[in-house]
Design a protein. Sequence first.
Length: 204
Amino acid sequence: MQRLGLALMEDDAVEDADLLRAHGAGDPHAFARLYDRYERACFQFIRRLLGAAHGDAAEDLHQETWIAVSRNVAGFDPAKASFAAWLFTIARHKTFDHFRRQKIAVLSSATDSALGETAMMVPDPGQTPLEQVQSRERAEEIVAAVEALPLEQRGVFVMFAQGGLSLEEIAQITGVALETAKSRLRYARAKLRQSLAGERSAHV
């Protein structure tokens, strides 16, 4: 599975905190380094959480997230969370605020539900043209299946499978018990496996 590079080593987490403090102290380069490190992961998280129907809002919400990071340096406590977890918390809040503004009912399925070790596949350069097309089609199927998940399950799956956050961090970000976070991830994987198996059957 291709992950987005947020499975941080401890020294990286310390560096993130130092960069944020340096930004707060006026270092003009510190914020740019943090942004370069996390902007792709943050954008992908927002985009997946929004789903295709609201994808046009991703750029604006991504910008709002980083503005909030820049303005709320004092709100970050490295003793409580990694910078990545704090960033995802802000991004999630911005996305949910968007849903509320759009008067969208945020529904969590009673059967909270992806993918084992498959996602966002990049075609192998050694593949034939047909294999490359099939890989792209499969990646599109995976993205569609993820975006079809109930919102809370989708968020947990993207944070875990693509963002590299631990279940403990996800529980903290989403404000639920650890067992609830585990349950949402388990249901998400089950639904994705079922959905992707159905796609394969439809193509046979």
